[in-house]
Design a protein around this ligand. Sequence first.
Ligand code: UDP
Ligand code: MG
Length: 355
Amino acid sequence: TAHASAERESRNMVDSAGGACPDRQVTLSVVVPCHNEEACLPLFLSAAAQAVREIIAAYPGTTAELVLVDDGSTDGTAVLLRRAAAGDDGRAAFPFVVRWLSLSRNFGKEGALLAGLDAAQGDVVAVMDADLQDPPSLLPRMFTMLADDPTLDCVATRRTTRAGEPPVRSMCAHMFYRLMNAMSPVVVPDGARDFRMMRRRVVDALTSLTERNRFSKGLYAWVGFHTAWIDYPNTRRAAGRSSWNFFALVRYAIEGLISCSTVPLAVASYIGLLLCVVAFGATCFIAVRAAMFGDPVAGWPSLACIITFIGGLQLMCLGIIGRYLANTYLESKRRPNYIVRDGNINVRDAGNTRF
Ligand code: UDP
Ligand code: MG
């Protein structure tokens, strides 16, 4: 029957999920980093429950878990997670097990995401935001794509529009992707979201990368694997507000560039070389002119301009080198990307080797 074949399909997916533990019970994990999301969480939980119910209906035998990571929230997020895990939020029973972690402070989205990936046990793992900007209604489609195509390792999403976002932010984002893709050996599509569903082998590859400065979009591209893309228009946050301000995004962009590419270092040396050539040309020109027409006094303004220009360039290049040096310093300390304070998951058991 269709039912039985769907169930077999689901088991096949488990079998082909590469590297899965034989005693693994969970087919699907949904990992969600949450920072001050008390306004969005109830909406998210019911939307996710709806999506997971659809998946279980299509693939009976699927077991699901929700891994919620409270990234040092200062509002009622932790209380909500605890309540959801205890199942006493007054709603119909969830179609998934709710597992949660509270980090010891705000480690940033990347840290929270990694904590969730370390803790996730599923053969297939989805990562998404809690604010419903990543529509949970896409989950069934993503799951089906993975189930139907054993050659596919990963289903990722990108947004086709940035409606509802300040134009300056969109412009900077476009510029960032163009720069990023010109500089790094791997391509991150413009508009790529951190919303994706991956097989276990991809998750294992991601969690085996031990760097402290994590730029997920770059890491997804770097680990490779066969990825299919789903496009969807941008949606606004369901409630609450974005934890990112403009400067945080600029910092994120610079960190991303530096973690994915060493091209800025090369650019620094090219600028140096170019200036040497220009200086040599100028010297010849001035020498010849002095020999042929005498040497009129040129005045100090042009000299002052050149000196400040060169000084600025030197400092900028030193700054670029400094960023790489600082990164090397931070990496060499080998501190963990996150510290767990509380939760109903024992991260050590979940295969986390970071502690
Ligand atoms: N987030 C997090 N730690 C942070 C900032 C954000 O875990 O320090 C989570 C947040 O709860 C949300 C996701 O990351 O689930 C995306 O954050 P947000 O919506 O603020 O970012 P935006 O969509 O504006 O890029
Ligand atoms: Mg958001």
